[in-house]
Ligand binder design. Structure first.
Ligand code: 15L
Length: 268
């Protein structure tokens, strides 16, 4: 692919991983951006930039075909920090994309957009959002924002509700939520290239038998995960979550119990 692809969050864990892995699978015109320059190689094109600064983003998105949007605070934070970095930052990016006629955006959503669903509920791409944190709420907002920009302005989008993207599963919850780096790269690649995409919600999970998510929409778009959490020995994985009885009930795990003042029985 020779068209210009902008990767936001290119100094971060997953943005950085994708900035490298997309190059490895044949993307020749990648540009990375982030607040800080970290782990960027000499031969990689990189622009320092803050998503809160609209003018910078408009400049940065000129001539861009697709954006792989991974630039955000990746965990729970204060309402103000999430509002300014994740919500306003993402809004600025979509608006800049509209001005510059960017064709597609791949949005790093998260399982925390649906984290207050019980672990006994099997979800698919049509399931209602159920954010479990300010962070999860910002991801739910991003999903709806991208749907709006697709319907109204024909900017195609794929939102990947990423489970736990790590080198290997680390915690017992990851038996259900893990996605490997290679599988996430494959999903992003589909998001950039698939001809029939308008607005899609898919789950960022490898082929895990104990998954809580029916990911048939991703499979229809051609996703063929190469990895599975099933090949890891559950007895060697951390039981961290087990100290937190509430976390064990909900898909979002410890994000659901942090600062919780609600009524568990009402969250069905
Ligand atoms: C996420 O969205 C976070 O970015 C990551 O740090 C993990 O907490 C992951 O979800 C998860 O739920 O395992």
């Amino acid at each position: 692919m020779n068209k210009k692809i902008l990767v936001t969050g290119a100094s971060g864990h997953l943005g950085g991983m994708l900035f490298n892995s997309l190059a490895t699978i044949g993307y020749k015109n990648l540009v990375g951006t982030d607040l800080k320059k970290k782990n960027i190689r000499k031969n990689q094109r990189f622009i320092l930039g803050n998503l809160k600064n609209f003018k910078t983003i408009v400049k940065m998105t000129k001539g861009v075909h697709a954006i792989v949007h991974f630039g955000a605070i990746p965990i729970e934070d204060t309402q103000q920090n999430i509002l300014h970095n994740n919500i306003i930052g993402t809004y600025n990016l979509f608006e800049a994309a509209r001005i510059n006629k960017v064709k597609r955006i791949i949005f790093a959503s998260s399982n925390h957009a649906i984290g207050f669903h019980r672990r006994t509920t099997r979800l698919n791409e049509l399931s209602t959002q159920r954010p479990d944190s300010h962070y999860g709420l910002s991801k739910a907002f991003g999903e709806e924002l991208s749907r709006f920009y697709a319907d109204k302005f024909n900017i195609k989008s794929m939102c990947i509700r990423i489970g736990s993207c790590l080198k290997t599963p680390e915690d017992r919850r990851h038996i259900s939520t893990w996605i490997s780096y290679a599988d996430l790269t494959q999903l992003v690649d589909i998001g950039i290239k698939h001809k029939l995409i308008h607005h899609e919600i898919v789950y960022g999970a490898s082929r895990n038998k104990k998954s809580w998510w029916n990911n048939s929409r991703a499979y229809k778009l051609g996703y063929r995960p190469e990895d599975s959490a099933d090949r890891f020995n559950i007895n060697l994985l951390s039981k961290n979550e087990y100290k937190d009885k509430m976390a064990l009930l909900f898909q979002g795990g410890v994000f659901t119990s942090a600062n919780f003042k609600g009524n568990i029985k009402k969250i069905k």
